[in-house]
Design a protein around this ligand. Sequence first.
Ligand SMILES: [Fe+2]
Ligand SMILES: [Fe+2]
Length: 142
Amino acid sequence: MTLPENRKKFEDLVNKWIILEEGTIKEANKLTGNSKNPMVNAIIDLLRMDSEKHRHILQAIQKSMHTTVTFSTDDLKVVDTFVEKHMLLEKNAVETAEQALEMSSLPIPRLLLSHLLNDEKSHDAYMSELNDIKIYMAKGTD
Ligand SMILES: [Fe+2]
Ligand SMILES: [Fe+2]
């Protein structure tokens, strides 16, 4: 990301993505207000809350582009503790979610659980990826 025009293109894409996420959040909020059915709201919440997460992470990336991000020894310790504490928890969550999905027979809960299981698998993979990326963080900057 050294060429200014590429940087600008990248920033435009991130901005566009944030606007898309905000559209989803706004529409989803409107719809959940129209139903008191907890399953209908869960169907919508699954996407709305992901969009909130995506917006939050994209805004952090957006902010990081205007400063030089450095990692201190204390920062590394925080990430280390995070990985250490969550590695086992996420593995456990995958196994538990697989069992719950297997036991569930109703179509809507099954649909929701299968998406949560995919989330848990992605959290598990994320922990492994973080373990690898720590080498780059140890170099001091992003
Ligand atoms: Fe998204
Ligand atoms: Fe998880």
